[in-house]
Design a protein around this ligand. Structure first.
Ligand SMILES: [Zn+2]
Length: 295
């Protein structure tokens, strides 16, 4: 794990660490988003830490027998199943279930990873469903899917989903939120946009993308030069003045910092919402940083 990780990967791993810390690791996960390599790496991380003899916090030690076997790709209780040809077949699921039904070799967790889970045949999915309903003691199933929408709903609903959102996707989500917020009144903000934002796994990343969208509008208002835009694709100019946009930019940055310090999400987002309304309606008074007090 020496190479630099994408923010999506780090964020997903942090969520697994929280679950480990609380002793609330699910017995079935569905990892989506990102690329297959990152999804496999995340599954390997979970398997390693579940089986490590001497984990430090929520990190595998990297030295014990289990960790060395994981690193060497020969851990007897770790099973990575990939599609045979174009699909994951029922024989593969049956074989996996046989292995999971055995006692673990080293007394730890048995972890099965199904790569390309969305390629599962209908028969394979039906077979897997039974294991998902009643996973053997000490067994963990991790499904990896690029297109989770192709999985049967019965499978999907039995897994805890963890999404590795890639940066491009996140940037556009941020721009989209920003444009929605700009066009919304208080009711739409409170009833539609805020609940969506609150559910975002990587709220900090979304706020970062929102501040860049706002920054682009500010730069456009001041220079009218497309070359200076960071995200020319999807760019829409704003009707706000540069001064208002500057206030918005500072406000989003403050919210991002508050999220980073583990502030209460709802309170942070409500502060964002009310302050944005104030700025939009031109009610920012002489005290230009008054909004900071709410955060
Ligand atoms: Zn270890």
């Amino acid at each position: 794990m020496a190479t630099e990780k994408s923010p999506a990967f780090v964020n997903a791993r942090r969520q697994l660490q929280q679950a480990l810390k609380k002793g609330k690791v699910a017995h079935a996960y569905l990892f989506t988003g990102g690329d297959e390599e990152a999804r496999i790496e995340l599954a390997e991380y979970l398997a390693a830490v579940l089986n490590c003899r001497e984990p430090s916090g929520e990190e595998p030690c990297g030295c014990c027998r289990s960790c060395r076997q994981m690193a060497g790709g020969n851990h007897p209780d770790f099973h990575l199943v990939r599609p045979q040809g174009a699909t994951l077949k029922i024989e593969q699921i049956r074989e996996l279930e046989r292995r999971l039904a055995l006692r673990s070799f080293q007394g730890g967790a048995r972890v099965a990873v199904l790569a390309g889970a969305e390629t599962m045949t209908e028969a394979a999915a039906n077979c897997l469903l039974k294991t998902l309903e009643e996973p053997p003691q000490g067994a963990y199933l991790i499904l990896l899917a690029k297109r989770p929408d192709l999985l049967p709903a019965t499978i999907r609903s039995r897994c805890q989903e963890l999404h590795l959102k890639d940066e491009e996707e996140e940037a556009f989500a941020g721009i989209n939120y920003w444009q929605r917020l700009m066009g919304a009144d208080l009711r739409a903000m409170a009833q539609e946009i805020l609940p969506d934002l609150e559910k975002e796994e990587d709220l900090k990343g979304i706020l970062e993308a929102m501040s860049l969208a706002c920054r682009d509008q500010l730069v456009w208002q001041m220079t009218g030069t497309e070359k200076l835009l960071l995200r020319p694709e999807g760019f829409l100019p704003s009707s706000m003045t540069p001064r208002q946009l500057w206030h918005c930019y500072r406000l989003i940055q403050e919210c991002r910092a508050a999220v980073d310090h583990n502030g209460n999400r709802r309170l942070i987002l409500e502060a964002l919402m009310f302050n944005l309304l104030e700025i939009k309606t031109g009610e920012v008074r002489g005290d230009s940083y008054g909004y900071r007090r709410a955060l």
